[in-house]
Design a protein around this ligand. Structure first.
Ligand code: 13P
Length: 251
């Protein structure tokens, strides 16, 4: 049985005080947080504070991006090893905003993903189609091409216990969500694809998250579907009052 996972993606929002306020409020939910996995992905400049800020909270933290390089003259980049050094457990790789605004293509995303596997970080590989791709019936082709770029350079052993987040681009920050049938159909296809590429045992270790306009009032519906192991949450993850109902809906 895969443990549910809820990941907060703060994107380029918030202050260290905002993070502290949310984590302090979350202390009262320790009993709940012990039953699921929660990881908070904050802007990189705040990561070195997270160990102290989380205190005894049973949660992990992570980054929103990582370099494909291990070290060297790559101004402004942050390596997977550096993220481990400041206590990160997770890292979001290939978010659609990075693909769209920073030119990350499938090949580059796959190299970043591979860099994380040389460390103890768990990558959260984001896949998802645009509205026009969905309208043209290309959803599965797009999502599988994004996944295949990684699968073709990795082994079943390296892929096991990682995370894939299905985030339809048109659902991010828009208040729109796919129907439950649409979510199940993509997630089931992802799981079956992993069985075909590797084997059933490997596929069963991979957690598949849904992301895109998840809120307290739709979390129970969207995040407990077949083959949905939790969620990747943007806007609603920025405040305790909007984030906590999401993880509480999974208990
Ligand atoms: P929203 O939850 O704000 O739609 O963002 C989803 C997302 O992009 C998480 O990575």
């Amino acid at each position: 049985m895969r443990k549910k996972l809820v990941v907060a993606n703060w994107k380029m929002n918030g202050t260290s005080a905002d993070i502290g306020a949310m984590l302090t409020a979350m202390q009262k939910d320790s009993v709940i947080l012990n039953q699921i996995d929660v990881s908070v992905c904050v802007p990189a400049v705040f990561l070195s504070n997270m160990h102290a800020a989380c205190g005894p909270l049973p949660i992990s933290w992570g980054a929103q991006n990582v370099s494909d390089k291990a070290a060297g003259a790559f101004t402004g980049e942050i390596s997977a090893q550096m993220l481990c050094d400041v206590g990160c457990s997770t890292v979001i790789v290939g978010h659609s905003e990075r693909r769209l605004y920073y030119g990350e293509n499938n090949h580059w995303v796959a190299q970043k993903w591979l860099a994380t596997r040389k460390t103890a970080l768990t990558p959260i590989l984001c896949v998802g189609e645009s509205l026009s791709e969905r309208e043209k019936g290309q959803t599965l082709a797009v999502v599988m091409a994004q996944l295949d770029a990684v699968l073709k350079i990795t082994t079943a052993k390296e892929f096991a216990h990682t995370v894939i987040a299905y985030e339809p681009v048109w659902a991010i920050g828009t208040g729109l969500t796919p129907t439950t049938n649409e979510v199940v159909s993509v997630h089931t296809a992802l799981r079956e694809h992993l069985v075909k590429q590797y084997d059933s045992a490997t596929s069963q270790t991979v957690r598949l998250l849904y992301g895109g306009s998840v809120k307290g009032d739709n979390a129970a519906q969207l995040l407990t579907l077949a083959n949905v192991d939790g969620g990747l949450i943007g806007g609603a993850s920025l405040k305790y009052d909007t984030f906590s109902p999401i993880y509480k809906a999974l208990i």
